[in-house]
Design a protein around this ligand. Structure first.
Ligand SMILES: [Fe+2]
Length: 455
């Protein structure tokens, strides 16, 4: 143990006078607090699980969600343009938040809150804090999107799911260290092993920590989000915690058991599709009307798309690489629509391995300059599955037993995806270059180093 300067000095004076001095110092600090320095929030009203998302346009809005142990009377957010001058606080605007309650089990109910900031300036750095007017969390930062198609970077991670705090946290930290200026993070489903368990979400937030509060998280629903406590009948119903904590546009197909949405970010349409309806093919006939409604919605969302790029996120893989998985009906129902509208890339999870396809059309590998789609499966958590060879001929790269994260850079003409290990070693990469209406696919040069990758 090393002694600080303060403790060394303390040893040179009698103990009682040192304690008295300390008490006096503390008292005078307390007296000053209300005038200049904010007091720490009381534990029951301290904002927890602060997370960013969007329900509206990312260039002009920002949704902020949090919770407290005890329900606050006047939940609110303060925000201001970022400044190095600490007096930015005096110019902060206040926005009230909508409050709700969430039963988190074991007799506990917490207060949940969502503030939706509107009228923000595009491409601008802001600071904000959540609280109730008296109890405040720290000032976090966010950056609004540009309202023009412009180059940006985002992160994509597959299933976190198991041992989240213990063995997933290192991956999300590495992802943040590699790409701290990411516009958002796409979580491709199965963020936790059981969406109904608050303690697992607690691990997820403990791992995400300030990253959740500074980079928006856009998540797609996996099968494990629907996983209920043992003994409870399975259904496609999403837990309340998902709906209350993740902010996403309410522009989905309007099905009670399907949370899908799309949003546009600087020249890219992102479509997040809950394909759980298509996972169990035994239920296909029973789910047929809902599936039809979902596919009609996908068709509309892809048809009415002014962006040059289109990226779909879904949990279950179109060309699954894990044992006993082959979603025939999913391909039958969705592939024609994806191919018709020229989707560029499909980001998936579920198989607990890494698999990245060549360019594919009609179930076959096509030339790099032909019309087609690249499909990816990735995993960020520690649970791993073995590779099954069914669709291996379609894959350009398969990496088993490796926790991974991906950065994706997009500008008007080029999309570059790089896949990394938690040690930030670049393990895979490819690019798509737009030429006219479609893209030219190529592998990244083998000589490219991880450092050169950060543009
Ligand atoms: Fe999973």
């Amino acid at each position: 143990m090393t002694l600080s300067r303060r403790s060394i000095l303390g040893l040179s004076v009698p103990l009682c006078s040192a304690l008295a001095l300390k008490a006096q110092e503390a008292k005078s600090n307390t007296e000053k607090l209300p005038r200049k320095w904010g007091a720490a929030p009381t534990a029951e009203f301290a904002p927890q699980r602060v997370i960013l998302g969007w329900t509206g346009d990312p260039a002009h809005t920002q949704a902020i969600t949090w919770r407290t142990d005890k329900r606050a009377e006047t939940p609110q957010v303060q925000f201001a343009p970022a400044s190095a001058n600490p007096d930015f606080v005096s110019g902060a605007a206040t926005v009230p938040a909508k409050a709700g309650s969430l039963d988190v089990g074991e007799g506990r109910t917490v207060g949940t809150y969502r503030a939706n900031l509107q009228g923000l300036k595009p491409d601008t750095h802001y600071l904000y804090r959540a609280g109730d007017g008296k109890n405040w969390g720290e000032w976090f930062e966010f950056h609004t999107a540009s309202d023009q198609p412009q180059k940006f970077r985002f992160l994509y991670v597959g299933d976190a799911q198991n041992d989240i705090k213990s063995r997933w946290s290192r991956v999300i930290r590495a992802a943040y260290a590699k790409a701290p200026n990411s516009a958002f993070i796409i979580h491709a489903g199965d963020l936790v092993a059981s969406g109904y368990r608050d303690d697992l979400w607690g691990e997820w937030y403990d791992s995400m920590e300030f990253i959740a509060a500074t980079i928006p998280s856009l998540a797609v629903v996996g099968n494990h989000e629907l996983e209920k406590p043992a003994g409870t009948p399975k259904s496609l119903a999403l837990p309340a915690i998902w709906k209350q904590e993740f902010a996403y546009p309410q522009n989905g197909p309007g099905l009670p058991e399907n949370e899908s949405y799309y949003f546009d970010y600087q020249g890219v349409r992102f479509l997040s599709l809950n394909v759980n309806l298509l996972e169990n093919e035994k239920n296909f006939d029973a789910n047929r009307p809902a599936i039809g409604q979902m596919v009609a919605w996908v068709d509309k969302a892809l048809d009415n798309n002014p962006n040059r790029w289109t990226i779909v996120t879904q949990h279950q893989g179109m060309y699954s690489m894990a044992e006993k998985r082959n979603y025939v009906k999913m391909r039958e129902m969705l592939l024609p629509t994806y191919e018709k509208y020229g989707v560029d890339l499909v980001l998936q999870g579920h198989d607990h391995l890494y698999a990245r396809s060549h360019k594919i059309a009609g179930g076959k590998v096509v030339a790099g300059d032909a019309r087609g789609i690249v499909y990816m499966i990735s995993v960020s958590g520690p649970k791993m599955y073995e590779v099954t060879p069914t669709f291996e001929p379609l894959m350009a790269k398969v990496i088993p037993h490796t926790q991974m994260f991906q950065t994706i850079d997009v500008d008007q003409n080029k999309l570059v995806l790089r896949a990394y290990s938690p040690e930030s070693e670049q393990l895979d990469g490819f690019q798509l270059e737009k030429k006219g209406g479609h893209s030219i696919y190529s592998e990244l040069p083998k000589t490219e180093t991880a450092d050169a990758a950060v543009e």
